[in-house]
Design a protein around this ligand. Structure first.
Ligand code: SF4
Length: 226
C-alpha cells in the first residue's frame, strides 16, 4: 500500500480525542475539499507491504489505538481491509477516517468509522454515498466540517432527517480551519468561530457535539505529523 507517514500523537477529533494514537496516513484522495489540510497526501507516497506497516505500528508501542487516515484510505481498500482484519485479530483498536464517498460495506464491523458528510462549503457537497448510512453501528461517528451558516443548516437538517444520532454513535460538528492559518494556536484560525457554531447548536438543540481539532491548538495549525 502507498503511505505518506506513520506517526504517534494524540487523537485530535472524534470521541477518541486526547488519547494516544498511531496514525497511518495513506496516500491519494479523489476529492478536493476547499479547506483540505492534507493536500500533501494527493501525490507521491512510499510503498510498504502489510507486514512492514504492521511492524512500523508495532515500533510505536505501547500505543494500541491506530487510526487509518489520508487522503482517502478506502481508495486502497484491497490492501487496507486485510490489514485491518489482521490488526484487529492482533488486539489493536482501529479507527478509519473517511470522506464518506467510497463504499464502506467492507470495513470490518469492529473498526470505528469516522465518516464525513461533505457540506456545500467544502466544494464537494453531494459526494456522500447514502448507502453508507446502512453500514453505521454505534461504534461509528459522522462528522460535518462546517464553514458557515449554510453548512451548519445543511448539517443540522441532514442529521435530523436521517436520525444520525440514533443510527450511529456521535455526530460531530467541527468548525473548518482557514486555508492559510497563522502560527497562532487559537480559534482565530477557524473559518467559523466555534462560539458562533455553539450558539447555533444550542438555539436549535441539535443532537450533535462540537468537535475541535485539538492538535491544531496543541501545536501550530500547519504542523504536520502531529
Ligand atoms: S477528503 Fe480529506 S484528504 Fe481528501 S480533499 Fe477532502 S479533506 Fe482533503
Amino acid at each position: 500500500m502507498y503511505l505518506i507517514e506513520i506517526y504517534k500523537s494524540v487523537q485530535g477529533e472524534s470521541t477518541f480525542a486526547g488519547l494516544p494514537c498511531v496514525f497511518v496516513r495513506l496516500a491519494g484522495c479523489n476529492l478536493r475539499c476547499s479547506w483540505c489540510d492534507s493536500e500533501y497526501t494527493f501525490k507521491g507516497g512510499y510503498r510498504q507491504t502489510l507486514d512492514e506497516v504492521e511492524e512500523a505500528v508495532a515500533a510505536l508501542a505501547p500505543v494500541r489505538l491506530v487510526e487509518f487516515t489520508g487522503g482517502e484510505p478506502m481508495l486502497q481498500e484491497r490492501e487496507l481491509v486485510p490489514l485491518m482484519e489482521r490488526m484487529l485479530a492482533n488486539g489493536y483498536t482501529l479507527m478509519i477516517e473517511t470522506s464518506g464517498e467510497r463504499p464502506l460495506g467492507s470495513v470490518p464491523k469492529d473498526v470505528h468509522k469516522i465518516v464525513d458528510v461533505k457540506c456545500p462549503g467544502s466544494g464537494e457537497g453531494g459526494t456522500f454515498r447514502m448507502e453508507n448510512l446502512e453500514t453505521l453501528t454505534k461504534r461509528d461517528e459522522m462528522k460535518f466540517v462546517i464553514s458557515d451558516r449554510n453548512d451548519y443548516e445543511f448539517a443540522r437538517d441532514f442529521a435530523l432527517e436521517h436520525r444520525l444520532a440514533e443510527l450511529g454513535g456521535a455526530v460531530l460538528f467541527s468548525p473548518a480551519f482557514k486555508r492559510a492559518p497563522s502560527l497562532e494556536r487559537s480559534t482565530s484560525n477557524c473559518a467559523l468561530d466555534p462560539r458562533l457554531l455553539v450558539e447555533w447548536m444550542l438555539a436549535d438543540g441539535v443532537p450533535a457535539r462540537l468537535s475541535l481539532q485539538i492538535h491544531k491548538f496543541i501545536w501550530e495549525p500547519q504542523k504536520k505529523g502531529v
